[in-house]
Write a protein that binds this ligand. Structure first.
Ligand SMILES: Nc1nc2c(ncn2[C@@H]2O[C@H](COP(=O)(O)OP(=O)(O)O)[C@@H](O)[C@H]2O)c(=O)[nH]1
Ligand SMILES: [Mg+2]
Length: 422
């Protein structure tokens, strides 16, 4: 009986550990419709996808976006004379079958146009952080509405590399390195029709090597899902994508196709042997959900750092769970102690300053008294000398005089030789 009891105990414990038991159903219940419900709800709500395009002015950002989504996004060209880098966001709603996509297309303006490019990446980092911050603020609101909230967090960043055929520039390395822990980066070579086929392969290899040696993490298409693993593995080998974009359509045969027409021939945007634009579009569409999930992971990282900075934590110093209330109370106490300390410090400083000022005043007063006395002394001394000098001079004048010709008058001569009678 002891053996049976211990077996029951073990069974009980193992069930306790699993947390739940698997039971067979004797007939259809109906909760297998859950995925359909989710699908319906998602379709009704629509999907949101935000793309950030980083690249020099005129590298082909607008043309590529129009080519990727097969529509013409209204856009005015920007100049090369902006004093700093800015970000311009435009939102659109596009529909395919019954699926609604809220697309936000953010692009850099003035990137690479300044003489000093050292800080060009800062406005981009700030923009990405600002979107995380806005989401966090919504999440922490008492009356929050995340369901209807327009999520502006960046899901993918297309980084446009100039088709130099040489290597990445400092601005590319600096920007990608400062963004790779915040966003999914997909590098693309812009205007790839301006580089020859063999040069392009070499350039792609060079870029990938430089990214690895500089420790820059770019987005890797996931290979753990067997339905897309083969395609994604092959596509990872095509990175960075060599893209060509066009706003125009050219008539080829009896079809209008998106292309770029040159005196020597036509580059078809949709032709995979001409460029990788279609590959990029396919990869973006098939991995949209993965890009969104990875963005949530980047957001979690931002949220964790932000909340930790505010003093929030899940466990105490001995790894014991801490409630939000306890964290709040501890933070309040810490705040009051800090305030008290600061108040005391200010008081001390004030008293010290008053004492210093009083000492200075006293010293100044003593100095003034001393100076006053000396002045008086000097003045009296000078007065005496002045009087003495004056009388000595008159005495000299008297002695230079003599008795007048009449024998009665005494004549005094001053220094100018004038004479007067006395
Ligand atoms: N050769 C070539 N020119 C392009 C390509 N994409 C755009 N352009 C041209 O480059 C100029 C600037 O393109 P735009 O898309 O406005 O560049 P953005 O300033 O980066 O948005 C326009 O004249 C485009 O026709 C491309 O893939 N190849
Ligand atoms: Mg543009």
């Amino acid at each position: 009986s002891a053996y049976i009891f211990s077996c029951i105990c073990l069974l009980y414990l193992s069930h306790q550990n699993d947390g739940c038991r698997t039971l067979p159903l004797s007939m259809h219940v109906g909760f297998d419709s859950l995925p359909d419900q989710l699908l319906k709800k998602s379709i009704k709500q629509g999907f949101c996808f935000n793309i950030l395009c980083i690249g020099e002015t005129g590298i082909g950002k607008s043309a590529l976006m129009s080519s990727l989504f097969n529509t013409n996004f209204e856009d005015s060209p920007s100049t090369h004379f902006l004093p700093s880098v800015r970000l311009r966001a435009q939102s659109y709603e596009i529909q395919e079958s019954n699926v609604l996509l809220k697309l936000t297309f953010v692009k850099t303006v003035g990137f690479g146009d300044q003489v000093n490019k050292a800080d060009s990446y800062l406005p981009i980092v700030d923009y990405i952080d600002a979107q995380f911050e806005a989401y966090l603020e919504e999440e922490l609101k008492v009356m929050r509405s995340l369901f209807s909230y327009h999520d502006t967090r960046i899901h993918v960043c297309l980084y446009f590399i100039s088709p130099t055929g040489r290597s990445l520039k400092n601005i590319d390395l600096l920007t990608m390195r400062s963004l790779d822990s915040k966003v999914n980066i997909i590098p693309v070579i812009g205007k790839a029709d301006s580089i020859s086929k063999t040069e392009l392969q070499e350039f792609k290899k060079k870029i990938m090597t430089e990214l690895v040696t500089n420790g820059i993490q770019i987005y890797q298409f996931p290979t753990d899902d067997e339905t897309v693993s083969e395609m994604n593995t092959i596509t990872n080998g095509h990175l960075p994508f060599a893209v060509v974009g066009s706003m125009e359509k050219v008539k080829i045969g009896n079809k209008m196709v998106r292309a770029r027409q040159y005196p020597w021939g036509i580059v078809k945007v949709e032709n995979e042997s001409h460029c990788d634009t279609v590959k990029l579009r396919r990869m973006l569409c098939t991995n949209m959900e993965d890009l969104r999930e990875k963005t949530c992971a980047y957001y979690e990282l931002y949220r964790r750092c932000r909340l930790e900075k505010l003093g929030c934590k899940d466990v105490g110093p001995e790894n014991e769970p801490v409630s939000l209330q306890e964290v709040f109370e501890a933070k309040r106490l810490e705040f009051f102690l800090e305030m008290e300390r600061k108040e005391e410090e200010i008081k001390q400083r004030f008293v010290q300053r008053v004492n210093e000022k009083a000492a200075m005043l006293e010293e100044a007063e003593q100095q003034a008294t001393l100076e006053n006395r000396l002045h008086r002394e000097v003045l009296s001394h000078n007065t005496w000398r002045y009087l003495k000098d004056k009388y000595m001079w008159h005495l000299g004048t008297w002695f230079s005089g003599g008795v007048g010709s009449d024998g009665l008058t005494v004549v005094f001569h001053d220094l100018k030789g004038l004479s007067m009678s006395k």
